[in-house]
Design a binder for this molecule. Structure first.
Ligand code: XMP
Length: 324
């Protein structure tokens, strides 16, 4: 009889057979897939053998790094490397407002930080684990069973490290037969909290593509605060699990508002909430008007740099889910 518990056993045997006594390295993004792979590795191998690296780009959500650390520690992680690389990423993004340019800078920086940090720890010889899903393989157009060329790294970049490991057959992808909902079930079977396995997707370039125009530390902090409030309100109202993905976008315009007798120019924040099966198409989440009005006023009351909130009512297509 097939069950997730049985899948954990079989996947564990498979991992041990492929890895033998070599160290395994997993890059943790904070998302569901890499977290579940982490849990699976820790259930299959001695914790000393498992090396988990998380790079905080400065473009992560509020409390993300702490959440990653707590979750993986609770799964038994011993070699957990939390790298704070904000001081590399933010200066590299200064003055850049073109979306593709921002993505490229973030991707390149990610590769260089990753290589530097791996070299420091003499774990170059490790087997690389990746959280590639069945749908990632299908989307690559190569199909499963053939040599999948899709590279699912933190920023969807083809890092030289991943390429080299793939050439040498030193990659394991224990989720490659699973769909997202099965990955969530696997996560639960591994003892990962429902709140973690049920998290909405988050793009590799993080807040870098949710701050339209130039990215600054100040804007990251404003967006982090607003986004945390939005998500918390969705949870409090039992809406989070009904929505496929929700987030805030900070716009590069200021609009006028009143503060006492003065006119003040505040940031404009867009709220996005969509329902979807796989992110390929999306419908706008039809909020009850009262919810969206209350959430808007909570945000402007608590985050004083934001003067105006708008709700994005565009489906995909023609719009994409993200704004950049
Ligand atoms: P779009 O905006 O293309 O997004 O409708 C579809 C889904 O993909 C996520 N997304 C990304 N994920 N790197 C990622 O890892 C990226 O550069 C990226 N861009 C978009 C988006 O959040 C949504 O879930």
């Amino acid at each position: 009889e097939w069950s997730m518990e049985r899948y954990v056993e079989l996947a564990g045997e498979d991992i041990r057979k492929k890895v033998k006594d070599r160290p395994v390295l997993l890059l943790i993004s904070g998302g569901v897939d890499s977290t579940v792979v982490g849990g699976l590795l820790l259930s299959a191998l001695p914790a000393e053998q498992v090396h988990l690296m998380y790079i905080d780009t400065g473009l992560m959500r509020k409390g993300e790094s702490e959440r990653v650390a707590t979750t993986l520690a609770s799964l038994g992680a011993k070699n957990l490397y939390l790298i704070n690389a904000e001081d590399s990423f933010l200066p590299a993004l200064a003055g850049v407002s073109d979306p593709e340019e921002k993505r490229r800078i973030i991707g390149d920086m990610f590769i260089s930080v990753q290589e530097e940090e791996i070299a420091k720890r003499t774990i170059e010889n490790s087997i690389l684990a990746q959280g590639t899903l069945y749908t990632d393989l299908i989307e690559s157009g190569k199909g499963v069973g053939t040599k999948a060329q899709v590279i699912k790294s933190h920023h969807n970049v083809r890092s030289p490290l991943v390429e080299k490991k793939r050439e040498r057959g030193e990659i394991i992808e224990p989720l490659s037969l699973l769909y997202k909902d099965e990955v969530r079930a696997l996560g639960l079977a591994l003892g990962i909290d429902q709140k973690i396995v049920g998290r909405h997707p988050f793009p590799g370039p993080g807040l870098g593509v949710r701050i339209l125009g130039e990215v600054t530390k100040e804007k990251c902090d404003i967006l982090r605060d607003a986004d945390a409030i939005f998500i918390q309100e969705l949870r409090l109202r039992n809406l989070y699990d009904k929505i496929w993905q929700a987030f805030c976008v900070l716009l590069p315009v200021r609009s006028v508002g009143v503060a006492g007798d003065a006119r003040e120019y505040g940031y404009v924040l867009a709220l996005r909430a969509i329902i979807s099966a796989d992110g390929m198409t999306a419908d706008v989440y039809p909020f009850e008007m009262q919810d969206i009005l209350e959430i808007s006023s909570i945000i402007t009351n608590k985050v004083h740099q934001i003067g105006r909130v708008v709700y994005d009512i565009s489906s995909k297509p023609p719009a994409t889910i993200e704004w950049e």
